[in-house]
Design a protein around this ligand. Structure first.
Ligand code: NAP
Length: 257
């Protein structure tokens, strides 16, 4: 059982219904935080299980915290303010924001369409900027807050076929470091996590060939689990991590070592 050290705090997790976002919602809830999880679509066609965001919220409530779901397409810049306002109105405050929502649209650069480039930049990079900017207003007022951006090993090392994704995730690291310098004096920390190869719907879509080649590049010899990433995100939200800002924590089994 995790000691509840985030009791009384409120977290917003974008894309919190499944994968790394879901595991993060539950990890924060285990530590006592109330949570708002945003989702872009209620229909989980992969598992034939509608209402997956509601199911995740129910799991969080079963851990004894308040949990709300919020439909918000982060590709729409206006959704950022809606998510922040809804969190503060719904749960009374905002302490932790995890910019987790993300997609991949892989293609070799020579074949990559403008639409593939633009959509990944919009969801994986611009959305995090919009959400951080909106979240900073209440956090600056209360002189505390934790912003945590979910980058990727692909934002540190290049990856053929992922020019859009890699550029977006590297951009998130630049955003994280600059914000850390801008708001550190106000008691707000800004950090990124950079997962390696994690077992979720995103990587399941890549197929066995890519999985086997990725496994060969991981010193720990296994793919990561969503819970491995969630534990690192929760650590960055805890009081014990209060002196860490502007850092990129790699959760990659040594892939980037
Ligand atoms: P996933 O299982 O495919 O989940 C993606 C999440 O993002 C879903 O909750 C999805 O919500 C949400 N999302 C996508 N587009 C959205 C939009 N326009 N508006 C709102 N939410 C949206 O992926 P994952 O592996 O958990 O990835 C989570 C994050 O980790 C991403 O930022 C990803 O780039 C990063 N990451 C993953 C890996 C990996 O190996 N899996 C490695 C490095 C980094 P809906 O279900 O509502 O669509």
């Amino acid at each position: 059982m995790f000691e509840a050290t985030l009791k009384g705090q409120v977290a917003l997790v974008t894309g919190g219904s499944r994968g790394i976002g879901r595991a993060t919602v539950l990890a924060l809830a285990q530590a006592g935080a109330d949570v708002v999880l945003s989702y872009s679509s209620q229909a989980d066609t992969r598992a034939g299980h509608p209402g997956i965001a509601d199911a995740t919220a129910d799991e969080a409530r079963a851990l004894g915290v308040r949990a709300l779901t919020l439909e918000a397409d982060v590709a729409d810049p206006a959704s950022a303010q809606v998510m922040i306002d809804s969190t503060v109105e719904g749960l009374g405050r905002l302490d932790i924001v995890v910019n987790n929502a993300g997609i991949a649209r892989d293609n070799l650069a020579i074949r990559m369409t403008n639409a593939e480039w633009d959509l990944v930049i919009a969801i994986d990079l611009s959305a995090a900027f919009h959400v951080c900017r909106a979240a900073l207003k209440p956090m600056l007022r209360q002189r505390s807050g934790r912003l945590i951006n979910v980058s990727s090993i692909a934002g540190i090392m290049g990856n053929p076929g992922q020019a859009n994704y890699s550029a977006a995730k590297a951009g998130l690291i630049g955003l994280t470091k600059t914000l850390a310098r801008e708001v550190g004096s106000r008691g707000i920390t800004v950090n990124a996590v950079a997962p390696g190869f994690i077992e979720t719907d995103m990587t399941a879509a890549l197929g066995d060939k890519v999985l086997n080649s990725a496994l060969g590049a991981i010193p720990l010899g296994r793919a990561g689990k969503a819970e491995d990433v969630a534990a690192a995100i929760r650590f960055l939200a805890l009081p014990e991590a209060g002196y860490i800002t502007g850092c990129v924590l790699q959760i990659d089994g040594g892939m980037g070592a």
